[in-house]
Ligand binder design. Structure first.
Ligand code: PLP
Length: 521
């Protein structure tokens, strides 16, 4: 038996105290040193199998030995989402409050599928989602006092799936089950692929999932005219439009679909209207950004991920519906072994009927902790600070004529690209240039950014959203981008004398994009 681990019991308070302290120290040290790790893991595929034994140990090992392996073998294979230099995808915030909630949730470790299995879990979830719903100024119908209410899902993908199922079944109850093949779903080519996956799972024919085209003329937002035309055409050929998804803060460019107009179209055609604000929803707790949710009053369901940009450790995706019965009618089961007085008497919410799995964690503790330990004002300022840092980055990019801003910025995402040398205006060439820049920048390990395609253009995305990011990190990220761009632009052409040998001075506004003045440090 390897020293130390042999006496570890399944659960012993004193051992938990001792090992728990050790683990908290380990995690705290991780955060203290997080900037020293390459933000994007630099390992090769299959690296770990070479480092670990090929079978589990017969005898217990010590925690120290495990932590040593975490340090030397696991952390090199971790991409550090909490690093202040993480600007990829959309963020997945952790925080001290979220972490404490996570510990408490793991500590209590109940499985709250029905009210009776832990009344506090269900009731706290209802209360906390009412709190958050009020912060977002969602209409009363989304709150638990009426026919609707909020529920925590694991992800925005699960949220859109459950409401799609509810909408599908609601429609099928009216038109008959055999009409499944005629049901049509609408979103845009900017809608998250979670909608397409939900259609696949819900049995919607792939050809009946309409991802309508957007372009730069609407800043990649869904055009109500295009939606109306598509719906009219589908009705004219005997199909049944039943679900429309609008997005506040699309994944590629954080654009906002025109909710009012879309809701009107959905309503007049008897369709379910879902609003996906997975990332940008958080910002809408600030009065100055709430305007982006205008029109949500007319939606049937609304979703935002508290685990993205709201300091709540993964996972915690908040979904509100106006008609909880629609969800329950699709997702409820009532086996004998789960029957109990409170459920039978219809006195309580049983969240098992609002989601796919039966079991569920005590996730509301995390959100409750975040709201209580930070308070609304701090949360608003946290979000505002990221948006301000993104604005600052945008100004930096806008002042360098070698780059262009590709889409307007509303929140904390900046979409930009490196311009090809003057005599190369081929999209293919410039896409390759930006792909190379992304590779070069990420392989430094000093920043991690990702890309998307907008109008066929390879576009770089930098999202400010990691809890530890400060102005100095943005300056450093911009420096890495400038340096790598300089190397890339100069290497093939320097001999021709076509390009400057040092980065150009700031102050030139390239490409007609109106840049704001560079803020003072
Ligand atoms: N919707 C939007 C707008 C997103 O940006 C994302 C992920 O970034 C999702 C949905 C999917 O989120 P999840 O991973 O919670 O399913």
């Amino acid at each position: 038996m390897d020293g130390g681990g042999g006496g570890l019991k399944p659960m012993d308070s004193e051992q938990l105290r001792e090992y728990g302290h050790q683990m908290v120290d380990f995690v705290a040290d991780y955060y203290k040193n997080i900037e020293n790790y390459p933000v994007l893991s630099q390992v090769e595929p299959g690296y770990l199998v070479k480092l670990l034994p090929d079978a589990a140990p017969n005898q217990p090992e010590s925690l120290q030995r495990v932590l040593d392996d975490v340090q030397s073998k696991i952390l090199p294979g971790v991409t550090h989402w909490q690093s202040p230099n993480f600007y990829a995808y959309y963020p997945a915030n952790s925080s001290v409050a979220g972490f404490l909630g996570e510990i408490l949730s793991a500590g209590i470790n109940m499985v709250g599928f029905s009210w009776i299995t832990s009344p506090a879990a269900t009731e706290l979830e209802m209360i906390v989602l009412d709190w958050l719903g009020k912060l977002l100024k969602l209409p009363q119908e989304f709150l638990s006092s009426g026919h609707g209410g909020g529920v925590i899902q694991g992800s925005a993908s699960e949220a859109v799936l459950v409401v799609l199922l509810a909408a599908r079944d609601k429609t099928l109850r009216m038109v008959g089950k055999s009409a499944l093949g005629k049901l049509v779903v609408y979103g845009s080519d900017q809608t998250h692929s979670a909608l397409q996956k939900a259609c696949q799972i819900a049995g919607i024919h792939p050809e009946n999932c309409r991802l309508l085209k957007t372009d730069s003329s609407t800043d990649y937002a869904l055009s109500p005219e295009i939606v109306s035309e598509a719906i009219s055409h589908d009705i004219s050929i005997g199909l049944i439009p039943f679900f429309l998804c609008g997005t506040v803060g699309t994944t590629s460019s954080a654009t906002v679909d025109p909710l009012y107009s879309l809701a009107k179209i959905a309503k007049s055609n008897g369709m379910w209207f879902h609003v996906d604000a997975a990332y940008a929803g958080s910002a809408c707790i600030c009065p100055e950004y709430r305007k982006y949710l205008d029109g949500v009053e007319e939606a049937d369901s609304f979703n935002m991920n508290a685990h993205k940009w709201f300091l709540t450790n993964f996972d915690c995706s908040a979904l509100w519906v106006k008609d909880r019965n629609a969800l329950i009618q699709s997702l409820s089961t009532n086996p004998e072994f789960l029957k109990n007085k409170a459920s039978q008497a219809n006195l309580v919410v049983d969240y098992k009927d609002w989601q796919i799995p039966l079991g569920r964690r005590f996730r509301s503790l995390k959100l409750w902790m975040v709201l209580r330990l930070y308070g609304v004002e701090n949360l608003q300022n946290y979000l505002r600070n990221h948006i301000e840092l993104a604005r600052y980055f945008q100004v930096c990019v806008g002042q360098d004529p070698r780059f262009e801003i590709v889409a307007p910025r509303k929140f904390s995402l900046v979409c930009f690209r490196l311009l090809p040398p003057v005599d190369d205006n081929e999209t293919r060439g410039s896409n390759k240039l930006n792909q190379d820049l992304l590779e070069a920048v990420n392989s430094t390990g000093r920043v991690f950014i990702t890309h998307t395609a907008l109008s066929g253009m390879y576009t770089l995305r930098l999202v400010v959203g990691a809890p530890l990011t400060e102005r100095r990190h943005i300056d450093a990220a911009w420096k890495v981008l400038q340096d790598e761009a300089f190397t890339l632009l100069c290497s093939p052409l320097q001999e021709n004398g076509n390009l400057p040998k040092s980065p150009p001075p700031i102050g030139f506004f390239g490409n007609g994009f109106k840049a704001e003045p560079l803020p003072q440090k």
